[in-house]
Design a binder for this molecule. Structure first.
Ligand code: NAP
Ligand code: F7E
Length: 320
């Protein structure tokens, strides 16, 4: 009999790649979807074998029902309010969904499917402005946004359910990962779409915030592979997943505009409205443990990632 997985956040970037990956591996895959009056063209419309269950991370009974219906062997909690600037505007909602939501999923598993393995989508944002040049599982946590503080609550909830109820529950501390399916407000996609639009004569300028911020950017396809690998370990443990390299927002703009034969400096303007109340200046993963204990390494480079995103945006904008 095939394994069954339940993915919350299935309509998001990672959820769609993970669903694809698990379906290809022969899993029966259920995805938790928020109720909407229309779905429209989404990231998962091409996945005809995916089974959808309605539910919301704010609503315990819907999560209980989803777990009872799917009877999963593996649960991936990817649902969250994931856009850091918006978490400053909606700190309570962020705490409820991104923080407490994880506890609700854990509690549904504890009650209805206690042997299911649980993956929590944790994040490098829990490190904040970390003192170390690279961040590992040993680095102290000091988040700098309501998103980060909520994810830290979810992190400790996951550890606590593991210790208290002997559940197989792990956090994947993932650094930034992107793809052509990335939401349009996140900086890489804003840049690749902006460069594509400018090269096609559809836009004149691109306004950005802090060009000096540095992130460790990888490809989402590589990272969903790591999520699955983390649930196949003999015993549950946390891993940091990234590339071990970081680049500035400026570097990202340079590569994206180069892909369309333009000089980024002629088109990018800084607008302070995109600065955050508290910024995370630089993040870079130490992935030695993931390489050694998990056997995971990224396969797609930063340059390949950004160029792929620009080409996908060119195609999408030309089709309009
Ligand atoms: P994303 O594209 O923003 O997807 C977020 C998902 O959460 C969407 O499917 C969204 O559904 C769902 N969601 C939001 N509120 C919900 C609620 N109240 N109930 C149920 N579902 C809800 O995020 P992503 O980039 O794929 O990231 C996946 C997860 O990894 C998130 O938890 C994120 O915080 C975390 N993470 C991401 C990164 C990264 O760089 N991408 C790095 C580390 C950790 P709708 O479609 O209905 O809005
Ligand atoms: O910002 C700077 C901004 O919004 C990256 C989420 O997936 O990864 C993501 O969080 C950097 C920041 O991602 C603009 O100030 C400059 O320093 O693409 P971002 P993020 O905040 O790092 C982590 C790991 C997650 O877990 C989150 O869910 O870029 N920046 N100018 C800008 N950022 C945006 N969005 N827009 C700008 O115009």
């Amino acid at each position: 009999m095939s394994d069954t997985a339940l993915i919350t956040g299935v309509t998001g970037q990672d959820g769609s790649y993970l669903a694809e990956y698990l379906l290809e591996k022969g899993y029966e895959v259920y995805g938790l979807e928020r109720w909407k009056s229309t779905r429209g063209k989404s990231r998962i419309d091409h996945l005809s074998d995916l089974k959808l269950v309605n539910g919301d991370l704010a609503d315990q009974s819907s999560l209980d029902r989803a777990v009872r219906e799917a009877e999963p062997d593996e649960v991936y909690n990817l649902a969250a309010l994931s856009f850091v600037p918006e978490s400053f505007n909606q700190p309570i909602h962020t705490g409820n969904i991104t923080g407490l939501g994880a506890t609700r999923v854990l509690d549904a598993i504890r009650k209805h499917q206690p042997n299911a393995k649980f993956y929590q989508a944790s994040t490098s944002e829990i490190f904040g402005n970390a003192p170390d040049k690279t961040q590992s599982i040993e680095t102290p946590f000091q988040p700098r946004s309501p998103y980060g503080t909520s994810k830290l609550y979810a992190y400790w909830s996951t550890v606590n359910f593991r210790e208290a109820y002997d559940m197989f529950a792990v956090n994947g501390i993932l650094f930034n990962h992107e793809s052509p399916r990335r939401g349009k407000n996140f900086v890489t996609r804003k840049i690749t779409r902006g460069a594509a639009a400018i090269s096609l004569g559809l836009q004149e300028k691109l306004e950005l915030g802090n060009l000096d911020a540095k992130r460790d950017w990888g490809h989402a396809k590589d990272y969903v592979r790591a999520m699955h690998m983390m649930l196949q370990q003999d015993s549950p443990e946390e891993f940091v997943i990234g590339t071990g390299e970081h680049h500035s927002v400026r570097d990202c703009a340079r590569v994206a505009f180069d892909e369309v034969g333009l000089n980024w400096d002629d088109y990018v303007e800084v607008n302070e409205k995109y600065f955050r109340p508290a910024e995370v200046d630089a993040l870079k993963a130490d992935i030695s443990r993931a390489k050694e204990n998990l056997g995971w390494e990224p396969r797609i480079s930063f340059d390949e990632l950004i160029r792929e995103m620009v080409q996908a945006d060119l195609e999408q904008l030309q089709d309009k």
